[in-house]
Design a protein around this ligand. Structure first.
Ligand code: NAD
Ligand code: UDP
Length: 317
C-alpha cells in the first residue's frame, strides 16, 4: 500500500521563481511531486528555476495572484508570492497590500475549491519593532500602522487573519509559518537585503553600507534549514503560527566584520541613515518548532555565508 505521505501530489507554489520559492520548488520536485510555480516575475527571475523548467513534473505559470487563478486537482498550496525586501515591497506599497489581501483571498478560495492544504509564508515582521525579546508566537507585536514598512507588516498580519477566518468559517486546512530573516543562493543582485548587499559590496571591494550605527540585530537562517521547516510544517498537524528562524542573533556591525573576513575584502564601512521603523532587535523563540515539528536549524552563520559568497562570486563573474 502506498502511504498517503509518499503519494505524488500536485503542489502549487506561488512566488516559486523567487529566492525561497525556487529552493522549495526544487525540494518538492526532488520528493517526486508535480509542481506548478505561479509567479508574476516582479522580484523573481527565470534563472532561479532554469534547472527545473524542462523537468516533466514542473510547470511555470506567469500569473499575478491578485487575479483569480482557476485550476483543479491541487493537493497543496504554498503561498509565498509577495516581495520580501524592504526596497521592493515599498516600491509599490498598494500593490504589496493587494498581494497580501486580494491575492491571499484568491489563493484561499482556490484551496477551498480544491479542498487543498494551504500554507502562508508569514513573517517576523508581524512582531514589528518588538518590545518582547526573543519573540514567541503568542506575542502580538508592536507594529506602526502608518509607516513605510506598514504595507508589508500589516499586509502580512491581515493575511494571517484571513487564513484563520477561512479555517473558522470554512474549516480549511491551513498552516501559518512566521519566517525570520533568511539568506542564501538565488537572492538576486538587486535584492537590497543586508546579506546580499554586504556580500556583493565586499566581493567588489565597494563600501559596505551600514544603516544607522549598526547596533541593530537580526537572526539569520540559511535557506536549506527554512525549506526543511516548510516541508515539515506542511506535513504536520500543526496550524501555527509557528516561528521558523535561527535564534543566533548578530548586530549589523558584527555581520559586516564577518563578511569582510570571509571574503578577505578591502571594503570600508560607511554609515548612512537608519530607515524609518527599522526594528532594533529580532530573535525567534523556536521552542514550538522544536517541540511540535522536531525542527531546528542545522547551519551556522559562517557555513551559510560561505555558500552564499560562493554563489555571488559565481553570478558576479
Ligand atoms: P522574493 O522577492 O525573492 O520572492 C517573492 C516572489 O513572489 C517573487 O518571485 C515575485 O516575483 C513573486 N510575487 C510577488 N508578488 C506577486 C504577485 N502579486 N503574484 C505572483 N507572484 C508575485 O522573496 P523571498 O525572500 O523568496 O520571500 C518569499 C516569501 O517569504 C514572501 O512571502 C516573504 O514575505 C516571505 N518571507 C521571507 C523572508 C526572508 O527573509 N526571505 C522572511 C519572512 C517572510
Ligand atoms: N541594512 C544595512 N545595510 C544594508 C541593508 C540593510 O545596514 O545595505 C540593515 C537594515 O537597516 C536592517 C538590517 O540590515 O536593520 C536587515 O535589513 P534587511 O533589509 O535585510 O531586512 P529587514 O529589515 O526586513 O529585517
Amino acid at each position: 500500500m502506498v502511504l498517503e505521505e509518499n503519494k505524488q501530489k500536485n503542489i502549487l507554489v506561488t512566488g516559486g521563481a523567487g529566492f525561497i520559492g525556487s529552493h522549495l520548488c526544487k525540494a518538492l520536485i526532488d520528493e517526486g511531486h508535480y509542481v506548478i510555480c505561479l509567479d508574476n516575475l516582479f522580484t523573481g527571475v527565470k534563472d532561479n528555476i532554469s534547472d527545473l523548467i524542462n523537468h516533466p513534473n514542473f510547470e511555470f505559470v506567469d500569473h499575478d495572484i491578485i487575479e483569480p487563478y482557476f485550476r483543479d486537482n491541487i493537493d497543496e498550496i504554498y503561498n509565498l508570492a509577495c516581495p520580501a525586501s524592504p526596497v521592493h515591497y515599498q516600491y509599490n506599497p498598494i500593490k504589496t497590500i493587494k498581494t497580501c489581501t486580494i491575492g491571499v483571498i484568491n489563493m484561499l478560495g482556490l484551496a477551498k475549491k480544491n479542498n487543498a492544504k494551504i500554507l502562508q509564508a508569514s513573517t517576523s515582521e508581524v512582531y514589528g519593532d518588538p518590545k518582547i525579546h526573543p519573540q514567541r508566537e503568542d506575542y502580538y507585536g508592536n507594529v506602526n500602522t502608518i509607516g513605510f514598512r506598514s504595507c508589508y507588516d500589516e499586509g502580512k498580519r491581515c493575511a494571517e487573519t484571513l487564513f484563520m477566518d477561512y479555517k473558522r468559517e470554512h474549516n480549511l486546512n491551513i498552516k501559518i509559518v512566521r519566517i525570520f530573516n533568511t539568506y542564501g543562493p538565488n537572492m538576486t543582485r538587486n535584492d537590497g537585503r543586508v546579506v546580499s548587499n554586504f556580500i556583493l559590496q565586499a566581493i567588489k571591494n565597494d563600501n559596505i553600507t551600514i544603516y544607522g550605527d549598526g547596533s541593530q540585530t537580526r537572526s539569520f537562517q540559511f535557506i536549506d534549514d527554512l525549506v526543511k521547516g516548510l516541508l515539515r510544517m506542511m506535513n504536520s498537524d500543526l496550524v501555527g503560527p509557528v516561528n521558523l528562524g535561527n535564534p543566533c542573533e548578530i548586530s549589523m556591525n558584527e555581520l559586516a566584520s564577518k563578511v569582510l573576513k570571509l571574503t578577505q575584502s578591502k571594503s570600508s564601512l560607511v554609515f548612512t541613515d537608519l530607515p524609518e521603523d527599522d526594528p532594533k532587535r529580532r530573535k525567534p523563540d523556536i521552542s514550538m518548532a522544536i517541540k511540535k515539528l522536531n525542527w531546528s536549524p542545522e547551519y551556522n552563520l559562517d557555513e551559510g555565508l560561505k555558500d552564499t559568497i560562493k554563489y555571488f562570486k559565481k553570478i558576479n563573474k
